[in-house]
Design a protein around this ligand. Sequence first.
Ligand SMILES: [Zn+2]
Length: 534
Amino acid sequence: MGYQALARKWRPRDFKRMVGQGHVLRALINALDKDKLHHAFLFTGTRGVGKTTIARIFAKCLNCETGVSSTPCGSCDTCREVDEGRFVDLIEVDAASKAKVDETRELMENAQFLPTRGRYKVYLIDEVHMFSGHSFNALLKTLEEPPPHVKFLLATTEPRKLPITVLSRCLQFNLRKLPIDEISGQLMHILNEEGIPVEEGATRLISVAAEGSMRDALSLLEQAISYCDDALAISDVKAMLGTVDRVHIQVLLKALAMGDGKALMARIAVMAGDVVDFDDALRELLGVLQRIAILQVVPDGFGDSEPGEEEIMALAKEITPEDVQLYYQIGLMGRRDLPLAPDPKSGFEMTLLRMLAFRPVGANTTISQGTRVNSDPAKQTGQARSSVAPPTPTPEQPQIAPVPFPANPEAWPQIVAGLDLVGLARQLAGNCTLTECKDGLVRLCISPSHRQLAGDKRREQVERALCSYWGKNIRLTIEVSTADSAETPAAIGKRTENERQQAAEQAINEDPTVQTLRTTFDARIEKVVTRNHD
Ligand SMILES: [Zn+2]
């Protein structure tokens, strides 16, 4: 027998040998063994997770010459023809290429005819969401009144694009991406069977790169075998995959933890010498940060320890969770902006320098000032360098010392500030101006727009407050008038508050740290809140 591609050679021939998708297989096996078969199945899931494999095994189960069961014999003509992909009653359709109405209609019309060789015609329609509206109608007609000898296996990566009429007539199964361990285990099994020695951890690298697809994993394994001389060595697999050496990432994070800019730049230079793909490096860095974040919350969070785990554990103790979050966020932004950088290396450099510059000064982190990139001491006095203490304009503090009687009209705001008043009575006093003050008589003026404040009860409250303010009997009258143009205490308060707000907004907008935050994180200033610290 000539050379066979691994993916073909190791394509599972029965459900028992399939890796992963246990929940789907169990349902299919039960249905087959209890002879309760639905006529249409819909498999959703990404590419390379086993849709075609399941369909082929299913076709064998239905058509094996030894009878319908979940365990086809694998040796009869039918089983062999299915395995070799030439069984006439297994009709594989790629909807992406057969989207024309006529062809679909013809296909569906043919479904009415009895199978040529087997008991059932099995239609595997891949990427079924690519069908046009007319093609769906043709499919739907057959789904509505399915001939007893037809089974449909529909597969799609985008079930949301399917009409509800089709969805409602199918049993739906979600095929999951395969976990790294399952892929890795299968690769180890294959290598053992093929008699190829492998360094521990090499299959894991391939499994991670395969991103949940067994098909991709097998084709990567194939490449790795031809790339490596006799045994699968980690270094070779890394070189083949273009995997960024974990050591680089660990050194970078260590340098960040120490605030050591020199070590950081030196390592980036080494990486550039190694012709590292800096986008991959950022992705790897993010992956390590994510592992660190999990380890900080759940110290034994990973049952599946991998090479270099102790170093990551050590970093998890050296970097604070806040820093990990910050680095992660900056790393994400850095990846997004990498294509915009003059070149990948400088984009990577700036991202790492940003992590260094924004590193909050915490209690349990060591700082070596000399190596800090941005060591402006004025900025480091706060707890966190990325937080901005808004400038606090000195509030115009009202003088509480009593104004002697009789008082000038200009002194009214000062008097109001010293009155023992709350609520609406305080509002009343605040919205008045003083027009006369003599011989135990105080005359106030209020504008027509505030006249509703000047009720008798509140007038009496203000009068009592004035009596106790000056320690003498005062008679208070309030006139509604527009005649007095002096500024009321309330108006003065409002004006100064506006001025203070404007000053604060301007100061914050001009703050260099805020400007960097904006460009780094796409930050937006929602609202500037000023507080009186009196
Ligand atoms: Zn058979």
